[in-house]
Design a protein around this ligand. Structure first.
Ligand SMILES: Nc1nc2c(ncn2[C@@H]2O[C@H](COP(=O)(O)OP(=O)(O)OP(=O)(O)O)[C@@H](O)[C@H]2O)c(=O)[nH]1
Ligand SMILES: [Mg+2]
Length: 312
């Protein structure tokens, strides 16, 4: 298990960016806790505010039920006690989704990154490469987004920032690029290969088929690869994120998630919606993105997130 404290960047810095990003949601939620009585009307208002924060109808109902139980069992009287209980219950919901990459699975460990257009795939790869370097892992990148020259260049810039090599071909077939990259990663004995892919919508059937083909090409170069298939989700996408998880999982079988842009206008509750949409078997949330800079990727910690969302 990797402790978040061992990652790059100042902890206070990124937590405050997360808090700042989630300010609007926190104000909306915490604003309800103005010191009045804890009654049915208050809890109804709180449930609506949770839904408004993208928590999703089912997860909001679950949280309110859990709160009602605690109000009874623990004899919570004040709104402040209920707010703290909400933070606890949100932590309970999110904790099963705390996930870490298991590096002992394979060497090279092959990570394939997917997601809709503009979700933050390439940027997250750049940040993840830095994070891995901090963990003393050698990294190679594969420019599996061959649609646009600009996409290749963007990954090349991240490679240069991290002083690591990027395997790319001008034009060409993304499956061929990742096949070559996995072979190169094996030959060079690197610890981790991360393959970028072009953005695609789950409704674009041919592109989802292509993603399957890109996955198969990695398995051909190294049976069992890719070992992790990570969906990048834009945290500002709201409830649509839940549908994205479902669709990409159906197509290629996801092993983990990275939620980006939580420093921006994201309402934050979407993490609870995603986790709540798969009761008992949530996909691991590996990291959260809290900015555009190289250190703005942090391991997901349920408690810290819940506090940023409903903390005082
Ligand atoms: N504020 C903020 N911006 C982010 C974050 N992650 C990515 N971005 C920005 O989102 C935009 C899109 O990021 P990309 O990494 O290019 O997204 P992508 O998924 O690779 O996009 P395509 O390859 O075009 O599908 C860029 O302007 C990034 O700087 C984040 O955590 N916070
Ligand atoms: Mg990209």
């Amino acid at each position: 298990m990797i402790s978040p404290a061992s990652s790059g960047g100042s902890k206070n810095g990124w937590l405050s960016r997360l808090r700042t990003g989630l300010t609007k949601t926190r104000v909306n939620l915490v604003g309800l806790f103005s010191g009045g009585v804890v009654d049915e009307a208050f809890l109804e208002e709180l449930e609506l505010a949770l839904i408004g924060a993208d928590v999703g109808v089912a997860t909001a109902a679950h949280l309110i039920d859990a709160l009602k139980t605690r109000i009874k069992l623990d004899g919570l009287l004040t709104q402040d006690e209920v707010r703290r209980a909400l933070s606890d219950e949100l932590t309970v919901v999110l904790t099963p989704a705390e996930g870490r990459i298991d590096f002992s699975q394979a060497r090279p460990l092959v990570l394939m990154v997917a997601g809709v257009n503009g979700a933050g795939k390439t940027t997250s790869i750049g940040k993840l490469a830095k994070w891995l370097a901090n963990q003393r892992k050698s990294v190679l990148l594969a420019a599996g987004d061959t649609f646009r020259a600009a996409a290749r260049e963007q990954l090349a810039i991240w490679g240069a920032r991290n002083s690591i090599e990027v395997i790319a071909q001008s034009g060409g077939d993304p499956a061929a690029v990742v096949f070559d990259a996995v072979s190169a990663a094996k030959a060079r004995g690197v610890d981790v290969l991360i393959a970028d892919t072009a953005g695609r919508l789950p409704t674009q059937q041919h592109l989802m088929e292509e993603l399957k083909r890109i996955k198969r090409a990695q398995d051909k170069a190294m049976p069992g690869a890719p070992h992790e298939i990570i969906l990048i989700i834009d945290g500002t996408n709201g409830q649509n994120a839940v549908a994205q998880v479902q669709a990409f999982d159906d197509a290629v079988g996801l092993t983990g998630l990275i939620i980006t842009k939580l420093d921006g206008t994201a309402k934050g509750g979407v993490l609870a919606a995603i986790v709540g949409s798969r009761p008992g078997r949530p996909l691991p949330i590996l990291f959260v993105g809290v900015g555009e800079a190289i250190d703005d990727l942090q391991p997901f910690v349920a408690r810290e997130f819940a506090d940023a969302l409903v903390g005082a």
